[in-house]
Ligand binder design. Structure first.
Ligand code: AMP
Length: 618
């Protein structure tokens, strides 16, 4: 049999397949390799899977099936175009499409796979997943927990023992798990979540907001009877949501959303990130309650975590990482593509089982953070070198992010943008990488909003633009080699430049020139002001389920880790059948640990100990 094994993330919203190809683990398939977990039969009788099925879902819901993962392990059936199907059969259709993608990409038939499941899946749900694989014509060599897969993608199986938090917020489900990893032995210590919470709920809230806006503009409510208009609203809301992950504003324009008495009524609305965040804040807060529960159940504190890994498309929402950072004091990691991380992790394990030496997934990320300085407060006094990054370290490339700032005094028509590299909240402790001046802004009494957009490409070229929001007027600079580590001399030059500017400011401030003088006399570096984000009250929501942390189990797991290390060391001495048996026992031990099955673990440990006793003694 071929050694080829693929890794599959069989998700509620989307599914992907990954394997070792061209020297690294990669996601396979057309386009971005993401297959919506959706199947359907068109009115003309054609079988549809993925995007094509999803496209017809709102128009022909009785001919389309979505979210089948929620029914895995139950005896429910679902109906599609008048025929009934078991959840396993529907999942098999999705798996088969993924296997076809993989076979076409790799140029050979795929017969074996590792498939991921949520940590909280019961035996019945895991068995149903295996069955689905068999129905699709593949041997399921391992069922892998999703948070474990994410940890593998990040390379946490290398070196010593690590404990990581995996926060997974997808389209329709949320879970957070605490995972320990030591070599090939991984264990989910605790897992909490809500399998009815995800980015689709964020869309719903935005749709409601847009409905209210449309009603305010035209006095008409977009109700159930406006089926096509609602489908357009949902699509527009999702696009706006995604845009708000990178920009402080999103504009929604839907021409002739509804035609009333022969008159087309248009929707034209601008949504700010602040408004959006206040809509979704209670939902995100509820996920933080699950984070606390998961830590409690695992008997850990956030400071004992080696990392927080973000998985699932909805973790791109900046509010999620901001609140996690505030709650735990750790910088959440997002360097592995959040939609693909689980599939890539399954691909890492699949490749190892097939005999490849793979430690982690390779991704292009920014090794540095970048942002402008602004006038804010430090220690209760105003300070012109406040700083927070617009592009954060470890963000996958290419990336574009925009933040909004305000002029700092009435009638200010000039701003100087200073761009820094670094993470320190005092810009003077970071490295100045460029600066430019924007002149001719509108002369207003109110604070004038200026957007700072930063784009960093894979070659390390950083484009920074300042855009006056009211007029769209903009100015841009390009900074080459932004990803090159700076030499001592460059750092020293930059420090001197900053000190020069700072001295100019101190001189100016001493003369109290701030509010009284005209723009030309103003020290250039005062001028951006960044308002702190508003705090919105949280509504706690009860989290779902619990797994206890158990010291006797921790000891057993330790034993398993040691034993596997011994088996590895002794493998050179083993021959044919012994080696095969050791490999099988090792796999069974790994599975027993990840499934938290102490009876099976004790049994397999004993068998492997016996085998090693003979091998080591020989
Ligand atoms: P998943 O189930 O992990 O594939 O995640 C899908 C969810 O991620 C959907 O609700 C998407 O709308 C959401 N999503 C994808 N891209 C973004 C983005 N840039 N910002 C916020 N949510 C996103």
């Amino acid at each position: 049999m071929s050694d080829l094994i693929v890794g599959i993330d069989l998700g509620t919203t989307n599914s992907e397949v990954a394997a070792f190809s061209g020297g690294r683990v990669r996601v396979l398939g057309p386009g971005n390799g993401i297959l919506p977990s959706c199947v359907g039969v068109s009115p003309s009788g054609e079988f549809l899977v993925g995007e094509a099925a999803l496209n017809q879902q709102r128009l022909f819901p009785d001919r389309t099936i979505r979210g089948i993962k929620r029914k895995m392990g139950t005896s429910d059936t679902v109906s599609m175009a008048g025929h009934d199907y078991t959840p396993q059969e529907v999942s098999a259709l999705i798996l088969k499409e993924l296997v076809n993608w993989a076979s076409a990409s790799l140029g050979e038939p795929v017969k074996r796979a590792v498939i991921t499941v949520p940590a909280y899946f019961s035996d019945a749900q895991r068995n149903a997943t295996r069955e689905a694989g068999n129905m699709a014509g593949i041997e399921v060599v391992r069922i892998l927990n999703e948070p474990t897969a994410a940890s593998l993608a990040y390379g946490f199986s290398e070196g010593t023992r690590h404990t990581v938090m995996v926060y997974d917020l997808g389209g329709g489900t949320f879970d957070v798990s605490i995972v320990t990893i030591e070599g090939d032995v991984t264990e989910v210590l605790s897992s909490h979540g809500n399998n009815r919470l995800g980015g689709d709920d964020f869309d719903d809230l935005l749709v409601m907001h847009l409905q209210q806006e449309f009603h305010r503009q035209h006095g008409v409510f977009v109700g159930e009877e406006h089926r096509a208009a609602r489908a357009r609203l949902w699509w527009a809301a999702e696009q706006a949501k995604k845009q708000l992950s990178a920009e402080p504003y999103a504009r929604v324009r839907e021409e002739a959303l509804i035609v009333e008495n022969g008159k087309p009524l248009h929707l034209d609305a601008e949504i700010s990130r602040d408004t959006y965040e206040s809509l979704i804040r209670p939902l995100v807060d509820s996920t933080l309650d699950s984070v606390s529960k998961a830590l409690d159940d695992a008997g850990r504190s956030s400071s004992s975590m080696d990392a927080i890994l973000l998985i699932g498309g909805s973790t791109r929402t900046p509010l999620v990482s901001r609140l996690l950072r505030e709650r735990t004091g750790l910088e959440p990691r997002q360097d592995v593509h959040p939609d693909l991380g689980v599939a890539l992790g399954a691909g890492v394990l699949a490749s190892r089982l097939a005999g490849q030496q793979v430690d982690r997934v390779l991704v292009d990320v920014s090794p540095f953070s970048f942002g402008p300085s602004y006038l804010g407060e430090r220690g209760g006094v105003s300070y012109p070198y406040c700083y927070h990054p617009v592009i954060r370290r470890n963000t996958p490339l290419p990336v574009t992010r925009t933040e909004s700032y305000y002029t700092s005094y009435p009638g200010q028509t000039t701003v100087e943008i200073q761009v820094f590299q670094g993470d320190n909240e005092d810009a003077l402790n970071n490295i100045l990488v460029g600066n430019f001046r924007v002149e001719g802004l509108k002369d207003t009494k109110e604070p004038n909003e200026v957007l700072c957009r930063m784009s960093l490409d894979i070659d390390g070229i950083l484009h920074v633009s300042a855009i006056e929001k009211a007029t769209g007027k903009s100015k841009q600079i390009t900074i080459g080699g932004a990803l090159q580590p700076k030499t001592e001399r460059e750092v020293e030059d930059s420090r001197r430049k900053i000190e020069d500017l700072f001295r100019r400011r101190e001189g100016a401030a001493a003369f109290g020139e701030w509010d009284e003088t005209g723009e030309d006399d103003l020290p250039a570096e005062y001028e951006l002001l960044n308002p702190p984000p508003e705090d919105v009250a949280a509504e706690p929501v009860e989290p779902a389920e619990a797994t206890p942390a158990d010291p006797a189990w921790a000891e057993l797991r330790h034993k398993a880790v040691d034993l596997i290390k011994r088996a590895r060391a002794a493998s050179g001495k083993m021959h044919g059948e012994d080696r095969e048996e050791a490999r099988e026992l090792q796999a069974a031990i790994e599975e027993a640990v990840s499934g938290h099955d102490s009876r099976s673990l004790n049994e397999k440990i004993r068998s492997l100990e016996e085998l090693l006793f003979f091998v080591e003694g020989s």
